[in-house]
Design a protein around this ligand. Structure first.
Ligand SMILES: NC(=O)c1ccc[n+]([C@@H]2O[C@H](COP(=O)([O-])OP(=O)(O)OC[C@H]3O[C@@H](n4cnc5c(N)ncnc54)[C@H](O)[C@@H]3O)[C@@H](O)[C@H]2O)c1
Length: 326
């Protein structure tokens, strides 16, 4: 059993990972300022409402608990917003991470799992994308994650901080039995938007139908949030066992188009998805699919949710519970 600090643990992926860590017998404290997350996502007695920039608050938290490792999710995540307000993203995602790293150094905590993103690759030359692909973010959000990755590389070299960086592709699904799921505000992710269209009758806008893909819509790699949580558990195990700093893609390795996701939602819910087509969004690559073979081979990680239907089904179970539509 390890003592773990989870930053951003009141958010979507952080709360699933917190529950998974507790289920494995780890002792967990959550740091979250609730700017985007929810207290109801965090099990009783685990939440510390602290902002990453609050050095005194961080110092108190590290002094009160002898953490073995930190899992760092806390960040802003909206690509479009990052284009409008780049400084907000660099301040929170890079500045917040630096503040956390200083607190870790002072408390002599030397293991970190970091949430990075496929956005560090920008528009890839080919897919599936290996970890060795060129890193060329096309928006401030992706750049803010890459800057933190770079910091971690230097921290490994200069101060012995060991980190596992997980570059997630499109997280989806939920564990509705724990009462947690995707509740971003504003919501920018496809599956909850599809459900919203079903619920409200307001058409979902599909951006672009002329991409060089089988049906003309963008293809993405959807990975279940619990499979991502499992990747964090494996990453922590490797760090606790003295493993080195490493970087992994975390995706299911299959691509699904927007229309395929919509059709899966129609099969799962038995309801049509009202939709309309709009122009392409700038900076949206046609296809983003992970080569996750390194994670599978090194960490014996295998996604449990093998089909798009099973992922959409688990997301629907949460969405329907949340909105009382079941
Ligand atoms: N959701 C995805 O598909 C996806 C894909 C790739 C990477 N990621 C990364 O995964 C991480 C988690 O994403 P998510 O979807 O769970 O987002 P989320 O918004 O649900 O969770 C982020 C949490 O961090 C907290 N937070 C933000 N800034 C903070 C600060 N300065 N101090 C304290 N708490 C702060 C928010 O309140 C929120 O609870 C992020 O780092 C994101 O970049 C997510």
């Amino acid at each position: 059993m390890a003592k773990i600090l989870v930053t951003g643990g009141a958010g979507y992926i952080g709360s699933h990972t917190t529950h998974a860590l507790l289920a494995q017998g780890h002792d967990v404290q959550v740091l979250d300022d609730l700017s985007k997350g929810y207290a109801h996502n965090v099990p009783e007695g685990r939440l510390n409402v602290v902002n990453l920039h609050d050095a005194a608050g961080l110092a108190r938290l590290f002094a009160a608990h002898q953490f073995d490792a930190v899992v760092h999710f806390a960040a802003f995540i909206a690509v479009g917003e990052s284009v409008g307000e780049p400084e907000k993203y660099f301040r929170n995602n890079v500045g917040g991470s630096l503040s956390l790293l200083s607190a870790m150094r002072k408390a002599n905590v030397r293991r970190l799992v970091f949430s990075s993103t496929a956005a560090v690759y920008g528009t890839p030359e080919s897919t599936p994308i290996p970890e060795t692909a060129p890193l060329r973010p096309v928006n401030p959000y992706g750049e803010s994650k890459l800057m933190t990755e770079t910091t971690l590389r230097w921290m490994d070299q200069c101060s012995g901080l060991r980190s596992v960086i997980l570059r997630y592709f499109n997280a989806c699904g939920a564990e509705s039995q724990w009462g947690i799921g995707e509740e971003h505000e504003p919501e920018t992710h496809l599956i909850p938007l599809v459900f919203r269209a079903i619920r409200t009758g307001k058409p979902l806008t599909i951006f672009g139908q002329d991409y060089p893909t089988s049906d003309g819509t963008c293809i993405r790699d959807y990975v279940h949030v619990s499979d991502l949580a499992a990747a964090h558990l494996a990453a922590l195990d490797s760090l606790m066992a003295g493993g080195p700093s490493r970087i992994f893609n975390a995706g299911a390795g299959h691509g699904y188009s927007v229309l395929q996701v919509m059709q899966a939602a129609e099969r799962v819910t038995g309801k049509p998805v009202p939709h309309t087509f709009g122009p392409r969004r700038e900076g949206d690559p046609a296809e983003l699919v992970a080569d996750s073979s390194k994670l599978k081979q090194t960490m014996a990680w295998q996604p449990r949710y093998a089909t798009l239907e099973s992922m959409v089904e688990s997301a629907w179970a949460f969405d329907a519970k949340r909105h009382g539509t079941l």
